[in-house]
Design a protein. Structure first.
Length: 197
């Protein structure tokens, strides 16, 4: 009962944040996530938080010391936290060391394993991670947007547009994932070449 109350409190707090900041509607993609996703109107994926480590600027020596070394006994949420922020800062190989240690290979972890793998240049190896993430949570628009980016990297705009249509169907044309992928597709078509890697 206590865990349910805490979860409800967390959901209400997130809803209040969205209303207070006028960030727009909460994304419908929340269902089935193992960790609280970001409000999509603010950012495509604002990333996980850490009470202990967020007081340090990301990627500083103090932050790295707080996160600690990647280790087998690291809790999944800590492995995802470190891996996510390393991937978002362009440190893809380091990110994969953390992300692959997460014992809970949920949709977010799989998406960011795919993201880091794709950014390292192995688009083909990234695709199964995105597909597994979508298989776990078909409404997870971040995975669909990154899968669309991967299709553009392969020169397959029709498949990217298919993911764009799924994002629109699941969270609407006003969600950040839709806007970002639509922009990447338009850039791809305007240049006649891959706009994303």
């Amino acid at each position: 009962m206590k865990a349910l109350s805490l979860r409800l409190l967390t959901v209400y707090a997130a809803a209040a944040f969205a209303i207070v900041t006028a960030a727009g509607p909460l994304p419908r993609a929340w269902a089935g996530e193992s960790s609280m996703p970001a409000v999509s109107a603010v950012s495509k994926d604002a990333g996980p938080a850490s009470v202990g480590c967020d007081r340090f600027e990301k990627q500083t020596a103090a932050w790295t010391g707080c996160v600690g070394q990647a280790r087998a006994e690291m809790p999944s949420n800590e492995a995802f936290y470190a891996g996510y922020w390393l991937a978002k800062s362009g440190r893809y190989e380091e990110a994969l060391r953390y992300l692959t240690l997460a014992s809970d290979q949920d949709a977010r972890v799989l998406t960011y394993i795919g993201f880091a793998t794709r950014k390292l240049g192995d688009v083909e190896a990234a695709l199964p991670y995105y597909r597994r993430a979508i298989g776990l949570n078909p409404n997870y628009a971040v995975a669909r947007a990154y899968l669309g980016d991967a299709y553009l990297s392969k020169g397959e705009p029709a498949n990217a547009k298919g993911e764009l249509a799924e994002i629109e169907r699941r969270c609407g044309a006003s969600c950040a994932e839709y806007a970002e992928l639509a922009t990447h597709i338009a850039d791809f078509e305007a240049r006649g070449q891959s706009a994303v890697r």
